[in-house]
Design a protein around this ligand. Structure first.
Ligand SMILES: [Zn+2]
Length: 475
């Protein structure tokens, strides 16, 4: 979520994790390694950055009961045992000043304004380093580079902070290499591992870390928070939330923008519109890549998860899935034809982007060493692959969410459970013709398909199978 500066006060529905971090700061008991574990888009990365900002902040603030006298000073504890607060000499000069504008009374927060906070926010703080996957994994070479940095003194701030995001994408050798670093890390280093699937993080790493479990808010609580933060009316919030498939941070982002109003289309038109929007999306990506001032910036464009938040495409995808599920029946050839056309459009988009990238690389070539160019080329290839794969994933997830809604509604008839609350009439209508059994088998099929897709099974076969199994109301 982009709204607001990096302060705890701008993080919503995560009182537990914030409370845990602030209390460890107040007590001067900082862990050297944290694992921020929780579902997608609940604010893990945002909180990691915010925590880093607070640790580095030049003028941290605290609630009205705080004062300079009880200003916390802390040192990280190397493993699981707690190191007591250091002496006056080596205590960091962390002097909170009182303010009324904070999460809760007495809790420390970053100021959000100082040079350090601004640099963390811009991603340019020299002592806050992100380790992100290059392609599918975080590789051992990246971890080794991090090790060299970890041994250096902080350059500008008080700490060297490494945010490994997502840590469930460390491979076996990079995880082992990280473990060694954690074992030998100097005192002023803090590691934050962000993970959706914490069980994929090496148990030996987990046992050295303090795990901070993120709350997974209900759809209802998430919508209420979005309405509270953005001041938008409930029906608009419901629409934004359903467009982003219940991704809280993304919904909060989108709710701050003007959204196109799209009517509901019958299946045939929804399908055409979806494919057109996919082409527009691809055109927009190409344009942004073409305008990037450097290869790094071009790569950042393609890797930016927010790139996928292209509202017209989200809206037409929703319309398409609705059309699929509500159709009386699908033409026999639909699953095969649509899957082929959809993947052809994706393929064309991928080739188009590859071409743009080639010209961008050709233009900037002279500024880079051959070795780096080769590596960048590899990373572009993977990022582009992921970008378009995400469209197939998005369609399947959208279908799964409708089935989940159908399941919950058939089960409880409680609309606050619905992710697609803005489409509750459709879900009600569907629940009359298709019961729990249908929803349940749909959820299973889609979950399995998503899993297979993540293992690089041919998407065309998966899509055909899914569409012929769940599209249309009557067999
Ligand atoms: Zn600050």
């Amino acid at each position: 979520m982009k709204t607001g500066s990096l302060r705890f006060a701008n993080i919503h529905l995560q009182e537990g994790p914030i409370g845990l971090l602030t209390s460890s700061l107040r007590k001067g008991r900082l862990s050297q390694t944290y694992i921020f574990a929780g579902a997608r888009s609940v604010g893990k990365t945002r909180l990691a950055k915010t925590f880093a900002a607070l640790l580095q902040c030049l003028e941290p603030v605290t609630g009205p009961d705080g004062s300079a006298e009880d200003a916390p000073s802390w040192r990280p504890r190397p493993t699981s045992d707690v190191v007591s607060v250091g002496s006056a000499e080596d205590a960091p000069s962390w002097r909170p000043r009182p303010t009324s504008d904070v999460v809760s009374v007495g809790s420390p927060d970053a100021c959000g304004k100082c040079l350090s906070c601004r640099r963390v926010m811009a991603g340019s703080h020299p002592d806050v380093t992100f380790l992100r996957p290059q392609g599918a994994e975080i590789r051992v070479a990246q971890v080794r580079q991090m090790q060299e940095l970890a041994l250096l003194h902080p350059y500008l701030g008080k700490w060297r902070i490494f945010i490994i995001d997502p840590a469930d994408r460390l491979n076996e050798s990079s995880a082992n290499s990280l473990l060694k670093i954690l074992e030998e890390a100097p005192e002023k280093v803090v590691f934050i591992l962000v993970a959706e699937q914490v069980e994929r993080v090496l148990p030996t790493i987990r046992s050295r870390a303090e795990t901070v479990l993120f709350q997974n808010p209900s759809h209802h609580a998430a919508r209420e928070a979005i309405a509270r933060v953005t001041g938008r009316p409930a029906d608009e919030v419901a629409r934004v939330y359903s467009l982003t498939e219940g991704a809280f941070g993304a919904a909060l982002n989108l709710a701050a923008q003007d959204l196109p109003v799209t009517g509901l289309l019958p299946l045939r038109e929804a399908q055409v519109r979806f494919l057109e929007d996919l082409e527009r999306f691809s055109g927009q990506v190409q344009e942004r890549v073409n305008e990037a001032p450097s290869l790094e910036a071009a790569l950042a464009v393609v890797e930016d998860p927010d790139l996928l938040l292209f509202p017209p495409l989200l809206a037409s995808r929703k319309s398409l899935v609705r059309g699929l599920l509500l159709a009386e029946s699908l033409p026999a050839a639909f699953p095969v034809l649509f899957s082929r056309v959809f993947l052809d459009v994706l393929d064309k988009a991928r080739k188009g982007l590859d071409k743009v990238l080639e010209t961008v690389i050709a233009r900037q070539k002279s500024a880079y060493a051959a070795e780096i160019l080769k590596e960048m080329d590899r990373q572009f290839g993977m990022a582009v692959q992921n970008l378009f794969q995400a469209q197939v994933v998005g369609l399947l997830e959208c279908l799964r969410h409708w089935n989940e809604d159908l399941f919950h509604f058939s089960h409880t008839a409680d609309e606050t459970w619905l992710l697609n609350l803005d489409r509750k009439d459709d879900i009600m209508a569907l629940s009359l013709v298709r019961g729990l059994g249908f929803a349940e088998s749909g959820i299973q099929l889609l979950s399995r398909s998503l899993e297979l897709l993540s293992r690089n099974v041919q998407p065309v076969l998966l899509l055909e199978h899914v569409l012929s199994s769940i599209g249309g109301r009557t067999p």
